[in-house]
Design a protein around this ligand. Structure first.
Ligand SMILES: Cc1cc2nc3c(=O)[nH]c(=O)nc-3n(C[C@H](O)[C@H](O)[C@H](O)COP(=O)(O)OP(=O)(O)OC[C@H]3O[C@@H](n4cnc5c(N)ncnc54)[C@H](O)[C@@H]3O)c2cc1C
Length: 211
């Protein structure tokens, strides 16, 4: 079903589907050989993933195996080899030219317009997965459940800092956020003070919310 939804996204030419129990949990150790083997077959010029926990885990490993330097956190594409990316926690924006034969990069999705999810007609093909590596095993994941939008993709974020003085006072922000259909974040100082859990932290060492 995911493959058929993806095939309708405009700009997508082909969707390759590989299914195996070992891909449960999306372990980079197992997905990297799949990507490298697929690359050998199709000879890609560009390999990318979102600048999410998933992409940040996977892309450096893929780049390492292909022996190329990856480019992380791009916010604009100037040309097939020239990208704009942020450094120093977003304080400097630099334009970089990548002279690797294969461009391997992560993309900050919030900097780009979403592609229309209908109107495309990509082909869907099955891939045979390479043999399992078995280096690591996915056991379980514990996710924070919330009815509010996810911090990294929310249109509006209400963020609280040390000024709130306690976790109890974050209640004020939850009420405001619910009126605005916003996510609630927190500064590192508020997280370090134990007001709220660290998955709410916004910023360089937390979640990047803009761009
Ligand atoms: C390497 C590094 C990485 C970092 N990464 C992050 C990061 O990812 N995210 C992050 O948030 N921070 C990060 N920090 C910390 C960051 O530099 C700041 O110290 C922190 O964000 C400050 O948080 P704050 O604004 O809540 O606290 P404060 O700086 O203490 O600000 C609180 C504000 O509330 C005001 N205030 C207090 N009481 C009241 C009141 N009763 N009514 C009204 N106003 C009041 C104060 O006057 C003050 O302006 C990092 C720091 C370092 C060194």
């Amino acid at each position: 079903q995911v493959a058929s939804e993806l095939s309708k996204v405009q700009g997508v030419a082909k969707v390759l589907v590989a299914q195996h129990d070992m891909y449960k949990g999306f372990l980079a150790e197992e997905l990297t050989p799949l990507i490298v083997e697929t690359h050998k077959k199709f000879n890609y010029t560009h390999i990318c993933a979102g600048a999410s926990a998933f992409g940040k885990n996977l892309i450096p490993r893929v780049a390492g195996k292909l022996d190329v330097a990856p480019v992380s956190d791009i916010i604009e594409i100037k040309s097939p080899d020239t990208f704009v990316r942020t450094i120093y926690a977003g304080n400097i924006i630099c334009t970089v030219q990548c002279d690797e034969a294969i461009k391997v990069f992560t993309v900050r999705g919030t900097s780009f317009e979403a592609a229309p999810a209908s109107g495309g007609s990509a082909s869907v093909e099955k891939l045979t997965p390479p043999a399992p590596v078995g280096l690591s095993e996915w056991i379980e994941q514990k996710l924070t459940k919330s009815d509010r939008p996810e911090l990294t993709s929310a249109k509006v974020v209400v963020s609280g800092g040390r000024g709130l003085k306690s976790g109890e006072n974050f209640k004020l922000l939850y009420e405001l956020a619910d009126q605005l259909n916003a996510a609630v974040g927190a500064s590192r100082a508020a997280v370090d003070a134990g007001f709220v859990p660290n998955d709410m932290q916004v910023g360089q060492t937390g979640k990047i919310v803009a761009p």
